[in-house]
Each structure stands twice: as structure tokens, then as C-alpha cells.
Design a protein around this ligand. Sequence first.
Ligand code: F3S
Length: 642
Amino acid sequence: MKLTLTEKLINSSLVEGNLERGTRIGIKPDQALMHDLNAMMTYLALEALDLDKIKIDLAVQYIDHNMIQADFKNDDDHRYIQDITSKLGITTARPGSGICHQLHLEHWGVPGKSLIGGDSHTVAAGGIGMLSIGVGGFDSAMVLAGETFYFTMPKIVKVELDGKLPPFVSAKNIILEVLRRIGVKGGIGKILEYTGSGVKTLNVAERSTITNMGQETGATTSVFPSDENTRKWLRAYGREKDYTPISADKDATYDEVIKINLSELEPLIALPHLPENVVPVSEVAGTKIDQVMIGSCTNTALNDVLSVANILDGNTVHKDVDAGLYPSTRTVIREAMARGAFDKIAASGFRLFEAVCGGCNGNGFAPKTDGVSLRTTPRNFYGRTGTKSAKVYLCSPEVAAASALTGVITDPRTLNVSPVEYELPEKFIDDYNIFIEPSSSPEDIVIRRGPNIKPVPEMKPMENILSGVTLLKLDNDVTTDHICPAGANFLPIRSNIPELSKYGFNVVDESFPERAKKSGGGFIVAGSNYGQGSSREQAAMVPRYLGVKAVIAKSFARLHLANMSNWGILPLTFVNEDDYNKISKDDVLSIDVSSLVEGKIYSLINETSNVTIKVSSPVSQDELEYVKAGGRINLVKEKISK
Ligand code: F3S
């Protein structure tokens, strides 16, 4: 049988099920990655479960998300993480060494292997030919504990790239083109597999820009083949021994096909407030901007930094623009310094930040009130920067750099600049000090725990009859940032659910936490793609803590759906989507869920209007058991204590 690349990758880790689309399958991943923000819940859960050693070949912890040390909270979290990883047998990167996905590609990514990461953009590793899937902190904990990772076998979409990108039209425009065509829901239940003659024109960093932001289509993951360019990348990081060529069989069959001619692409830009609002830059050229942020796991590899330096070289940032660059890793910083690129960027008037997520998740460099911010990040969700009234546009580093100079959105091809040719170095500067190996005497480690770090709240099993008011009636595409705010004020309290819960849904309705508490919890009703965005499980834990019993939506985003089941919120979908209109905010609802069975249709009663609505749950029987138990942690605790 001819196999796609995706099928080959899945087969190498498969332990349960088969490749039949839409069925539940289980894999044993080779690697796990975590970052500080989501890992706090991972380790608090592992402590609650009394795990003393990880049961996976390789796990790497990064400290890149929560970096502002305005007080003790973030630094306390970092110390706790360093202690517990050392005890559990996990390698840890020093704080500020780089953004997890890029650091992982540089130092640990291995073609043909599988990776589960506690962050939605884990999918970046598809650029090196890995099967990489993002999960929440609790699912990461389960992977570290050696449990099988389950997901629904997706459809496989062939994305055929032909031709070669024109000058100043870099890889970001390929994924923006994909988003322009299929939108933020177009990848749900699918894996995007890149093929075609255009693939060999892209290096691993460019491929990872595409796989990384493929997350914004809702896809389970995206993959590129491992080829000669992959070998060159591994060689440059001193890891040629990790190279294996891997690609689809000739004549493999796919569920869908998308064709993109790279030679015909032009600079593209996503308008506020969704990554799918993509138009040619020419349509909005001349729009005045206030801020430019070049950075994120999507877009500050060495090729991006050199391209930006080339555009800025000898020029000055416009007086009305505040521009800053976050490099992706410390190796990129050192290589860019050695090549004089940082000097050109600094001389132009750009700010130079450390190698972290930073402004991407609202952890610094927020735009001014009503500010227009041009960013190379993967997301422009409402409120994500920390400034609710900001308008964020997403573009390539070249568009961002050109616009920083002119003060308005600018097509870089209109500037008088020659393109720069980029070649990977034979060997990057060695950066051995980034990682700290776990302790050889874990029993001696005393874990330091700051006062802001609170244990995982106890959660009661689900009742047989759920009843309560409709606390919120929401539209389509509610993001995890809407549910649980991003930004420098909130990230440091991620390990403190009672405190964080005071801000649940604040972006939508500031009265939500108070109302939820007063009503003793209740229901949330939403349109399609509820919970799109990040893998952070606090977006499930916060509503759960506030008493939300079920979310009834037209559809859910994959990662958030898993987090809801893990933390004991019942996800329900309308059998008939038009019934969404039969519930209003404050309506009293009730549902008998004494027998939770996969695929079963339930009667949801709107007591206020006396209408019965048919609903079902989109999750598996196993996940329904998690919900019934009040959260997966209760079940695992029970299993361990037996
Ligand atoms: Fe970090 Fe933003 Fe990527 S928060 S992991 S740089 S999407």
C-alpha cells in the first residue's frame, strides 16, 4: 500500500487503532516538550499523582513565555520548574535561551520521530519531518507519565507547492495564503502534508514557519518531508547523525489537495482580529501604523533576522513607530551578532529584546491605546497583546521591516533594496550552555515553591442532572484568550487558579466571574470553533472553577475540547445548529446526563422558553468518563491508588 508521509509518521508511533480516518488512535510519543506557562499545571498535576520519574525517552522543558520579573511570581515559577524537572529527569533550558519550538528544532528535532508538546505551536516541528502535536498541560503530564496519547485519525490534505518564492515574498506568505483559502476552521480534523517541487526551495526554518502557523487553520498538525535541506540543517547544528530521509510514497492517495504556485505569491497580510482575514499588502498599503513587532516562534530564525537587517541597513525607523525585534534563540542572537546583522538593526532605531515569546502573548511590548501594531506573530486575536483596543495585523518580517521605516503598511518590493541571499552556515556557533541536565541524585532535591503557586483545585464528580442559567451566549470563534486573558497582568497567576478565575471571560464580560459564582455555575452557549487558539488548559480550568457545567456550541477547537474533558466540563454540540437561536443569555437550562454514552443524543430543556433541544457530546467514551469523574486527574489518582 502506498503511504503518505503522515501515515508513515503515525505508523512509527502507533500503539492502538489504525489509519482509518475519523477513528480514535493511540500513539506512544518519542519526545515531549513543555514551556513554563503550561508546564506549571503539568507538574502540579504530576505532584498530585506522586510521579517521581518520567517514563518517556526524551523530555525537554523551556522557559520562554512568562519572562517579565516585575515581582517574585514568574521567577518563583521558574525555580519551581527547574527543581521539579531536575527531580523528574527532564532536561531544562535556562530562562531566556530561546522560544521553545525553535530551540527544539535546533537541538532535539529528529525526522521520523513523534513529539507531543504542551503548547499549540508544537506543530512547528513538522518542519523537520516530525509528527508533532500540541496538547494542554494535563495531557503533557500524562505523556510524561508514559500514558498513551489518543487522538482522532485526521484526514490528510496534500498541499502541493510548486515554483519558487519571488524576492521579498518569504515563507510567511505561504501559510497566509493557506489561511486565506481555508480559514481558521479549514484544517479541523486534518493534517496538512506539504509536497511538490517547491518544497526543496525552502529550508527547515522556512518550513517551520509554515507548519507553526498551520495551527491557525485548526489542523491537528502539518508536516514536511525530510530531505537534503533537512540534512544540511542538522549538520549546521552538529547533529547530522540524526538525519533520516522520509517522504510520501509516489502515488500515495490523499483526502484533499491544495495547490499553490509559489512564484505567483505576493506579500500578504492578515487584518485584525483573525489570522484568516488575509488580503494582499497592496490592498491596505498606506495604512498608518504605531508599532512593529518582529518575533515569535513563527518568524525570527536566522534567515528572518538577516532579511530584516538587510532592509533596515543604513535606514532609520519612522519617528511615529515603536519597533522591536525578539530573536528566536540565543544561537540566532550570537550568529546574527557575528554577521553584523544586530548592529544594522540596532542602528536603525529598533529595540532589541531577549530570545523569548515576549510581546506575542502580551508579556511586554503591548501597543498603545487604539494602536495599530504590525506583527510577525501567528495570532492577532482580540485583546491578545494586552491592549483591548489595539488593531493587530500579521505579516512577514520583510513587510514589517519595510513598514517600520515608512510608518505605513508597505510592500517591501516598493523600497529601493536588493534582496539578500541566505545560506545556512556549515556549522552554527556552539551553544552548549543552554541546557541543564537533570540531577543524578533526584532524591536530594528540595523543591522551592513560591507563595503564588497553588495546588490543583479539588474537583467533584459530575452530577446526574445538570441545571443552571446560561451565563454567556457567545458568537463563533471564541478564543482561549477570550476565556482566560493573556497579557503581563495575568500570565504570572497561571499557577494560581483561584486568583486567575477572577478574570475569566473578562475580555467579553467583566461581570462573568461574579455572576457565575452567584448563580452557582451554569452553562455557556457558543457558535462554532469555540476555544480556538492556545493549548492552555487554564481556559478550561477557570470556567470549571467558576462552576461552568457544560458548554453547548456549534463546534469546538480540538485542543480546547480535550482540555474541557480533562478538567470535567461537558462539551455538547447542537444536533441541529439552528437550535443555537433557541437559547438566550440568562435562560435556565437542564439536562439529564446520568448515562453518558459516546454518540448518544440528549434532551436539553430550556426551562425558560419550555423548548427541548437535541444535543450530543463530540468526545469519546474515555473522555466522557473523565468528565463524569469531575476531571481526568480524579480517575488517574484512583488508578494509581489501586
Ligand atoms: Fe510563544 Fe507566541 Fe509562539 S507565545 S510559543 S512565540 S505563538
